[in-house]
Write a protein that binds this ligand. Structure first.
Ligand code: GDP
Ligand code: IMO
Ligand code: MG
Length: 432
């Protein structure tokens, strides 16, 4: 039995979707534990592109069972649109996608509230995906939220909506109802999905326990990344959930020992979409080169991603918080043409050199990255499938990274396609 967690180690978009699509072959279940439709996991299969937002990437495996845990916030219209698109791509999802009864729902008023807060422009505009994520988690923790299980009892559902929508409508002096967002409109929208949602509902913790007791292998599919975590990320420029390993336990109700191997997904350079500090950002020609060659535009919003160099200080932090045992390095091919490649090995702040990020992460705005520059390889790695076929300098780049972080290199990705992958090392007894 070996259960794997796949987590993003940077600011999201590391290529988790592609790697989950490879590792799902060793899993019976692929389950999401946090986030919602803010995620955008792109998978390219035989020229066909699937953009997964809410549905676990594992659905692409014909036999794989999938679950949205209680830690996920579910936008029902988006979920069913996504299912329609996946089915149009020739994937039969019936009977394979389950939803925790305790998962909270993203409601229309969450998107209105988010537009309001993002438009306040007080210098702290986060640059969110506008999927209602922050307000949905805020209602959840304030105990005003609506859960998937509320669809089981329409009277209770209406009662919950009267509370939460009444709360925000009165606080906004009737703005919600002026904008057409009422108890009735929300109730009617949710009830359209009731017949399809109810058969999907499960007790996430129980179904996970049953799976583990019958030796089924579980792949926990992380969304977002280390530095977007609500507790450990670059607050307030973060998402509203625990994107790191701890989120697995609260987001599914599985015990701490459920994870055998933690695979950190590391893009061979760094990107960030949205605002907030980014020490190794390159706003000059190299940043443009990475964006162009890496096609760095958001899967969910289409926004250009900010680009910069690999940051080993931030990655060391990701290894520490998540207990990362292995890394999968993606987009190595994007660096093919560079003469030399700087890697941030330490930060300089207030006259001191640091191996770890400052305790006050807001100070990331003030740190000076200290770079070590490695020579480029100046030849194509696109589609390489054997580690030994990589140019020597590319291998040196990968070794420098895994040695500094003290983790094993499990996978190297050399293109977006499934086959453009090097399986380097064996995981925890799992055939890869
Ligand atoms: P995720 O959110 O972590 O799943 O990552 P995204 O899907 O948002 O962004 C990663 C992008 O890079 C997607 O468009 C992938 O198809 C693409 N991609 C993944 N691995 C590679 C790779 O090794 N090389 C190249 N060139 N593209 C890749
Ligand atoms: P995947 O799973 C990259 C970013 C947003 C914004 C901040 C808050 O594809 O890696 P939110 O809508 O969550 O309230 O936005 O978090 N963000 C992501 N950036 N990849 C993601 O997901 C992201 N999900 C949220 O851009 O800066
Ligand atoms: Mg993404």
């Amino acid at each position: 039995m070996a259960n794997r967690l796949v987590v993003g180690t940077q600011w999201g978009d590391e290529g988790k979707g592609k790697i989950v699509d490879i590792l799902r072959r060793d899993a019976d279940w692929v389950v999401r534990f946090s986030g919602g439709a803010n995620a955008g996991h792109t998978v390219k299969v035989d020229g066909q592109v699937f953009a997964m937002h809410l549905v676990p990437t594992g659905i692409l495996g014909a036999q794989t069972q999938c679950l949205l845990g209680n830690g996920v916030v579910v936008d029902l219209p988006r979920l069913f649109d996504e299912i329609t698109q996946i089915e149009a791509g020739g994937i039969d999802t019936s009977g394979r996608l389950h939803m925790a009864a305790a998962a909270h729902l993203v409601l229309p008023h969450h998107k209105l509230l988010e537009a309001h807060s993002e438009n306040l422009q007080n210098g702290e505009k986060i640059g969110t995906t506008m999927r209602g994520i922050g307000p949905a988690y805020a209602d959840k923790t304030a105990r005003r939220g609506v859960r998937a299980a509320d669809l089981l009892d329409p009277d209770r559902l209406r009662h919950r909506l009267e509370y939460v929508i009444g709360y925000w409508d009165s606080l906004s002096h009737g703005q919600l109802s002026t904008l057409g967002c009422t108890v009735d409109s929300t109730f009617d929208e949710l009830m359209q999905y009731r017949d399809r949602v109810v058969p999907m509902l499960v007790d996430a913790s129980l179904i996970m326990r049953q799976a583990m007791q019958s030796n089924k292998r579980i792949l926990f599919e992380g969304a977002q990344g280390m530095l977007l975590d609500i507790d450990f990320g670059t607050y307030p420029f973060v998402t509203s959930s625990n994107t790191t390993a701890g989120g697995v336990f609260t987001g599914l109700g599985v015990p701490p020992r459920s994870i055998d191997e933690v695979v950190g997904i590391v893009k061979a350079y760094t990107t960030r979409v949205g605002n907030g500090p980014f020490p190794t950002e390159d706003t000059d020609t190299f940043g443009d080169h990475l964006r162009e060659h890496g096609n760095e535009f958001g899967t969910t919003t289409g926004r250009p991603r900010r680009c910069g160099w690999l940051d080993l200080v931030a990655l060391r932090y990701a290894v520490r918080v998540n207990g990362i045992t292995h890394i999968a390095v993606t987009k190595l091919d994007v660096l093919d043409e560079l003469d030399e490649i700087p890697i941030c090995v330490r930060y300089h702040l207030d006259g001191q050199e640091m191996d770890d990020p400052p305790m006050d992460l807001a100070r990331l705005d003030d740190v000076e990255p200290i770079y070590r520059t490695l020579p480029g390889w100046k030849s194509s790695t696109v589609g390489v499938t054997e580690y030994d076929d990589l140019p020597e300098n590319a291998r040196a780049y990968l070794t420098f990274m895994s040695d500094t972080l003290g983790v094993k290199l499990l996978i190297v990705s050399t293109g977006p396609g499934r086959e453009e992958t090097i399986m380097v090392g064996q995981g925890a007894g799992v055939v890869v």
